[in-house]
Each structure stands twice: as structure tokens, then as C-alpha cells.
Write a protein of this length. Structure first.
Length: 545
């Protein structure tokens, strides 16, 4: 469920630089994730841009969510279901959901066609040797084998026989091309392990590579514009060659930059290791760059979309700072985030002299000063709770402001141990404050006071809460190639910080996923609503500062 403090979603404006060739003839885009893991923020950019082009930049277009399920060794139905959920978390509603496996029979026919055309051949060169030969620009000994032999070996592959599993099919493009992706790439192969496909079972024994299946299915499904990150630039030539060789219509390729963030792990292998080692709570851990992780941290669909669209025209791969995206998110959540108060424990019990009423009382106040979000109950009484951090800065006789109430003069300060008049940087240097007495001075000028503090009446049903903040998982902005091999040495020792507090009585009404603001503390998302038995758990939402 999306966070409820997102405010009213606004229709995103069209952005300059995000133009597609021949868009007036119709736009069909596709987002083709492999169901081998959870989506991260890099996938989110691709998904959101595909959705943006089809539904906002060019209204009336069509977006396809296609599962590239061609690798039985990595893929699971669990990941397929998770991606469905992640796409929904991004606020995307695909016009069509498809699977590459739906087209295995057609892709097979195209493989036969390209072999019969003399533009592909069967090869049994071991993988490591093949890689070395491709780097050295050396041709396979089977490159000029007969079409009949190639077709026979392809049939052996499809049967799953021991002999067939030794072979693969390679496109016959150019073994010595300057572009390595054109050096006779593999287009069909048998998995090392004959595991059942999570959708087709044991029906197929040989599978197309993504590089072969993707252009074929793009053409079959009527994709007009294929969005690809700039890391695929070298493979674009292969994409176009295959479509031409198969006499299939070629979509227009639109390139965008891959997104990277400082102090962030994007590798599925590395993230899996952290999950398995229980360094984090799971794939939805708010320290993870996964879609469900950043959403759980408090990222909104609108904030995420605004950021991705603003980055869309860029072709440069840069290591970005998270501050920018969280600053955009703040603009979204601020207009829908109610204001409440929480006081850190252990708090200081304070007595108000001259309280104007015979008993505690409450008043209705706006949940947000600028936006109409409803009202809350604010309780007033002679018994208050203030934060220790504030109270340690007070001096007797000083006038301070109790926020949203009025001024008060500090009369008596009792310390938990012997106290002198020594003050360092405005903070008492010996001991914590035990209690304070105030004289109300409501007619005082709040503009003249330097200290404006939050407070809570103790004569209300306060809510116990746990406030949680997080640091980056990596202690270094970017790892060198050598450091990548020992990345675990660069993990931040402590990345989760919890504190206990008491919140005002209105927080009892907070629901899971609500985003709001605690005065002077920042924005928070409710992860676990409070109950009479357990405190509420609230994750701090970064504001971009």
C-alpha cells in the first residue's frame, strides 16, 4: 500500500528533451525485467520512463510489462510475483502483461529461419575458450559448417540430449568486429542445469538468449520505441542486425543513462548476501535501493517520478547523491503531512505556575498550517514534558517560547546531580535536568526569544513510539574496481539508530504507511501503528538536507 502522506497526485507535465521519433504514429513501450530478483531504483527509472512516455508525454499510448523469463537457472515465480508488486508500488498500471516464454515456439521458428538463411551456426566450443577466442577475434572452427549440420545440431539441443547440451547457436555476424557484441554472439543455448521453467515446465530444453528474444518479441508485440540504457549502446547494433536478418520491423531505440547513487549497492548478488546474512531485515529493508525498500523509507511515487523524468534526457552515467531525490520527495510529502509532537525519552517533567484553568483542557488546531488536512486535539495543563536536550540549555530567569502556546520564564531548575553555573556553548556542563518550574508569560513577544521548544501535556494519553533513522550501507561514496572484490570491508559498522519517545494523543490514529511530521524532528513514515501493547514504529524520511 502506498504511503498516505503523499498528498494529491498531480498530472506530470511534459518535459523538454523527452521526445520520441514518429510518436505521432503511436507509442508502444515495454519494460522487460528478468524475474531473477527484486526491482531496484535503477529498474524504477526504466519502468517509470516507459510508463511516462506511453501515458503522459504521449497520452493514449500503450505500455507492456514483459517478463524476460529465458533463464531457468536464475528465475523464480517468487521474483515474478515480487516484480508485479513492485510495479504497483511505483504506481504503474501496465496496459498489457506478457512473458517471453509465451513466444518460445515463435522464437524457435525464427532461430530455424536464421540458420536456414546461413546467418547462424551451431558451436560446441567451451564457454571459456569461446570468450578467449572472441577477445582475440578468432573464428569458430564450426563457423562455415553446412546449414544441414547446423539444423541437425539445433534439433539435438532442443531434445536436451547429452550431445545437444554441448552445443549453442551463434549469430554469424563478424568474428573480428571492433564492436565485441557483434563477434558472433550466442543466440540460443542449453542451460547448464536442466531445471524446469517456472511457467513452461520441462517442455523446452533449449532457450533463446535475451539478446535474441528481446528484438524478436519487441517486433511481434508491436513495440514502437525500445527504451534502453546507454550501457546497451554496443548491443544496439546487434539488436538491429538481428531484426534485419529476420526481416522483422525494427522499433526506434531511445537511450537513457543508467542511474547510480553514492554509497549504494545495486548488485543482486551483493544484496542477496546481505539478506541471507541478516545484515538487513529483508528485500524491503529501508536501507536497500530496492523499490520496496525506498518506498518503505518514505519515497512517494510522485517524488520518484519527478526525479526520474528530470534525469531522463541525460545520457551521462553519474554517481548521484541521494539528497536530490529526497529533496524532490519532500516537496510532495510536505503538502500532505500532518504535524504532531514527540518528546524524546527520558523527558524532563516541568511544572507551569499560573496555569489559567482549573483543569487540563484541549483545543482544536489545524493539522497543517498551510493545507486543509483537518484538525487535532492539543492539550494544555500545568504538567508538561520537555526534551532533556532543550532543558539543558535553559538558564533561570530566561524567557523561552513554548511552541503553539506562548512564552514562559524559567524559574527553578533542579539537576540530577550537583550543578554549577558553568555553561559551555549554551549547554550546562554538569548533569541532566531533573525538573523545571515555569511562570507563564503568554503576553510575551515570541519573536524576541531565541529558544522555541516543543512540549507535551502529561495530562493526556501519550503514545509510546520508537523513532528509527538509517545511514548508508556503504561507508565510501564509490568503490574502485579493486575494492569491489572486497566490498564487505567497506560496509558501515552501524546503520540503524533507534530512540524512544512519547507522542501526542493524536498519534493513536496514525495508520500504517501514513507520512507526517514531528515538529522539529522531521518527516516520518509509520511502519508499525501504535497499540496499547506495543509502541508505534516510525521511520525517518530523509528531507534532502
Amino acid at each position: 500500500m502506498p504511503p498516505k502522506g503523499e498528498g494529491k497526485a498531480k498530472k506530470a507535465p511534459k518535459v523538454k528533451g523527452l521526445d520520441l521519433k514518429d510518436a505521432d504514429k503511436g507509442v508502444v513501450t515495454r519494460f522487460p525485467p528478468e524475474p531473477s530478483g527484486y526491482l531496484h531504483i535503477g529498474h524504477a527509472k526504466a519502468a517509470l520512463l516507459n510508463d511516462y512516455f506511453a501515458h503522459i508525454q504521449y497520452p493514449g499510448g500503450k505500455m507492456i510489462l514483459r517478463f524476460d523469463d529465458t533463464n531457468t537457472e536464475k528465475e523464480k515465480e517468487e521474483y515474478q510475483d515480487a516484480i508485479m508488486e513492485d510495479v504497483a508500488l511505483l504506481g504503474i498500471k501496465p496496459d498489457m502483461i506478457s512473458y517471453t516464454s509465451n513466444y518460445f515456439d515463435e522464437i524457435d521458428k525464427y532461430c530455424v529461419k536464421i540458420i536456414e538463411a546461413g546467418k547462424a551456426f551451431a558451436d560446441d566450443t567451451p564457454g571459456d575458450v569461446m570468450s578467449t577466442m572472441r577477445m582475440a577475434r578468432e573464428p569458430s572452427v564450426h563457423r562455415d559448417d553446412s546449414i544441414e549440420d547446423n539444423l541437425k545440431r539445433y534439433e539435438e539441443m532442443k531434445s536436451g540430449s547429452d550431445e545437444g547440451r554441448k552445443w549453442c547457436i551463434r549469430a554469424k555476424i563478424s568474428y573480428a568486429n571492433d564492436n565485441a557484441s557483434l563477434r558472433d554472439p550466442v543466440i540460443y543455448r542449453c542451460p547448464k542445469e536442466q531445471k524446469p521453467h517456472h511457467r513452461t515446465g520441462d517442455k523446452y530444453k533449449a532457450y533463446p538468449t535475451y539478446q535474441f528474444a528481446c528484438p524478436v518479441v519487441d517486433s511481434i508485440e508491436g513495440v514502437t520505441h525500445a527504451l534502453r540504457t546507454s550501457e546497451y549502446n554496443d548491443q544496439d547494433a546487434q539488436y538491429k542486425w538481428l531484426l534485419k536478418a529476420l526481416e522483422l520491423r525494427a522499433p526506434f531505440i531511445w537511450t537513457f543513462s543508467k542511474i547510480q547513487f553514492v554509497r549504494t549497492l545495486m548488485s543482486k548478488r551483493k544484496l542477496t548476501k546481505l539478506v541471507d546474512a541478516h545484515v538487513v531485515s529483508g528485500w524491503d529493508d529501508p536501507r536497500f535501493p530496492t523499490v520496496r525498500g525506498i518506498r518503505r523509507r518514505g519515497m512517494t511515487v510522485e517524488g520518484l517520478r519527478d526525479f526520474m523524468v528530470s534525469q531522463g534526457p541525460s545520457k551521462n552515467i553519474v554517481n548521484m547523491d541521494w539528497h536530490t531525490i529526497w529533496a524532490m520527495n519532500k516537496k510532495v510529502i510536505d503538502q500532505g503531512a500532518a504535524r504532531y509532537t514527540a518528546i524524546d525519552k527520558p523527558y524532563v517533567k516541568c511544572k507551569v505556575n499560573g496555569f489559567p484553568k482549573d483543569a487540563p483542557y484541549s483545543e482544536k488546531q489545524k493539522l497543517h498550517a498551510k493545507f486543509d488536512l483537518g484538525e487535532k486535539d492539543v492539550w494544555y495543563s500545568e504538567n508538561l514534558a520537555l526534551e532533556q536536550e532543550d532543558c539543558r540549555t535553559f538558564a533561570e530567569g530566561e524567557e523561552i517560547t513554548l511552541m503553539n502556546w506562548g512564552n514562559a520564564i524559567v524559574k527553578n531548575i533542579a539537576y540530577q546531580k550537583s550543578q554549577t553555573d558553568d555553561v559551555t556553548d549554551g549547554v550546562n556542563s554538569l548533569g541532566n535536568v531533573e525538573s523545571i518550574e515555569f511562570d507563564l508569560h503568554l503576553e510575551g513577544d515570541f519573536k524576541a526569544t531565541k529558544k522555541k521548544v516543543t512540549w507535551l501535556s502529561l495530562d493526556q494519553e501519550l503514545v509510546p513510539v520508537e523513532l528509527v533513522d538509517f545511514d548508508y550501507l556503504l561507508a565510501k561514496d564509490k568503490l574502485t574496481e579493486e575494492e569491489e572484490n572486497k566490498w564487505e570491508d567497506f560496509l558501515t559498522p552501524k546503520t540503524e539508530f533507534k530512540s524512544e519517545a512519547m507522542a501526542d494523543c493524536n498519534v493513536w490514529n496514525i495508520k500504517k504507511d501514513d507520512i507526517f511530521q514531528y515538529d522539529r524532528k522531521g518527516y516520518y513514515r509509520c511502519d508499525v501503528p501504535p497499540t496499547k501493547e506495543k509502541p508505534g514504529v516510525f521511520f525517518k524520511v530523509p528531507s534532502g538536507k
